[in-house]
Design a protein around this ligand. Structure first.
Ligand SMILES: Cc1cc2nc3c(=O)[nH]c(=O)nc-3n(C[C@H](O)[C@H](O)[C@H](O)COP(=O)(O)OP(=O)(O)OC[C@H]3O[C@@H](n4cnc5c(N)ncnc54)[C@H](O)[C@@H]3O)c2cc1C
Length: 429
């Protein structure tokens, strides 16, 4: 696969291997971990008192791939992300970190015609039983531990994770002083960056009181829903979508559930959470376009419950007291791929590739130009729990000028921050 010139990157020459990351959610934490492993000195900036306080603060996220009926770049991306997440979790476990997670399997129900059609097509593809098993109603019920009147796609290696534990395990406090190959990570919390200014080769990061908080040649914007908060990234198309999850106390019946269930939303098996002495199930999440100031809403909990009741009425009726779990905004992109890579120089693209719609195959276009030293890992949408690690790996390899493997190259192309500028030019919009 040849990468078109507008998606190619130059070889980066860094004066030193120091980077600043804006945002301490899963994207920022993964980036911090990957760079640290590669020997970089990293400063992570977060506006809240703790990491994973926004989208990554959901008490349980599902670890599951996203399958399409036929093989597709999206399926490939999420499947690789799914496998890579497991590699990282095993590494973190070996390092002795504490993360609440359980790879108890995920059953995706065929709860509508489209899912049923997909189930038949996936069955015909023989994708390997370790990865996916296409179960009938009886088998689904046996695996789940409760009665399920649906066929399902079963991912035995899937499960759930507490994303805040995950982020904290990736960026533990007190690593600042470590030297050498395990070069340090400095975490600065309760600091909101409001602007990025270029001074020679350095980017200067300034807070709302106009204090210079940090400077570095390499800055990675991993600011979740605030992707448009900096002039340098404001052009990236993105739609913020709020989501709320709900807790309910487990019942004697519901405690039999052994796996995560996916329907319209998701449902975890009973688990221990900070919110309750009793084991609870977490379910949801809603998708709400009105998210200027996301707030916990009783209506959103009702929606989550109604959806559960629609597909699993006996289970839903058995549940104990309900309460709101978490609300936050995920930043989605028009094609559901995240943004991973260097931020393009938009005016250069528009000037130099303006005639792409004419399809001049013979024309020699100039090398792409980027905002030097500025990178983005964002737009992770509703799948960032599984895709953040894989994206961070690809971005780290890019920064390190590592010859990209075919898989990494696909991530860099599919998730290129200039892709919508190029699509517009090709369509002459
Ligand atoms: C309800 C809900 C359920 C979800 N369920 C799943 C799931 O089951 N499986 C799955 O794979 N994914 C799931 N997701 C998606 C996943 O949680 C997100 O994609 C992921 O957490 C995004 O991580 P992030 O780091 O990009 O964003 P965030 O976690 O929002 O992190 C961005 C951070 O940047 C900080 N920040 C922003 N601007 C600044 C600034 N100027 N200065 C300093 N700090 C700043 C913020 O405070 C924040 O901490 C869910 C999301 C939600 C909301």
């Amino acid at each position: 696969m040849k990468t078109p010139i507008w998606f190619q990157y130059p070889r980066f020459e860094w004066q030193n291997r120091q980077a600043v990351i804006i945002g301490g959610g899963l994207a920022g934490s993964q980036m911090c971990w990957h760079l640290r492993q590669a020997g970089w000195q990293v400063t992570l900036l977060e506006r809240h008192a703790g990491l994973a306080s926004e989208a990554s603060g959901n008490p349980a996220g599902v670890i599951s791939p996203k399958m399409t009926a036929k093989a597709s770049p999206g399926e490939d991306f999420y499947r690789n992300s799914f496998h890579y997440t497991q590699t990282i979790l095993k590494k973190l476990e070996r390092q002795g970190t504490k993360i609440r997670y359980n790879l108890c399997g995920v059953l995706q129900l065929t709860h509508n015609e489209r899912e049923l059609k997909r189930w038949h097509e996936l069955k015909a593809r023989h994708l390997g039983e370790d990865f996916i098993q296409l179960l009938d109603e009886k088998q689904s019920s046996q695996v789940a531990g409760i009665e399920l009147p649906f066929k399902s796609s079963y991912f035995p290696e899937g499960g759930w994770i507490n994303p805040a534990d995950y982020a904290n395990a990736l960026c533990p406090e007190g690593r600042e002083e470590t030297a050498g190959a395990q070069a340090g990570c400095k975490i600065i919390k309760q600091t909101q960056i409001i602007s990025l200014q270029k001074n020679g080769k350095q980017w200067q990061l300034v807070d709302s009181a106009h204090n210079l908080i940090a400077q570095a040649e390499v800055v990675i914007i991993a600011n979740g829903k605030d992707l448009h908060g900096f002039a340098q990234s404001a052009f990236l198309p993105g739609v913020p979508v709020a989501g709320q999850t709900t807790f309910a106390e487990a019942s004697d019946y519901s405690k039999h559930l052994k796996t995560v269930i996916g329907h319209e939303g998701y449902l975890t098996p009973a688990l221990h959470s900070d919110c309750s002495q009793q084991p609870v199930h977490i379910f949801g999440a809603t998708f709400e376009r009105d998210c200027s100031a996301p707030q916990i809403k009783a209506e959103s909990d009702r929606q989550n419950y109604d959806s559960l009741q629609n597909y699993l009425p006996e289970f839903a009726h058995s549940l104990g007291q309900r309460s709101s779990a978490h609300v936050a905004v995920r930043m989605t992109t028009p094609d559901r791929f995240p943004y991973v890579g260097a931020l393009p120089h938009k005016a250069f693209y528009e000037e130099n590739y303006h005639d792409l719609h004419q399809g001049k195959k013979w024309k020699k276009y100039p090398q792409a130009k980027y905002q030097q030293g500025l990178f983005v890992l964002g737009g992770l949408g509703s799948r960032g729990v599984i895709s953040s690690a894989y994206c961070a790996k690809a971005l780290c390899e890019l920064l390190e000028n590592k010859a990209a493997s075919e898989n990494t190259q696909k991530v860099l192309n599919n998730c290129h921050p200039a892709r919508f500028i190029i699509r517009k030019l090709i369509r002459k919009q």
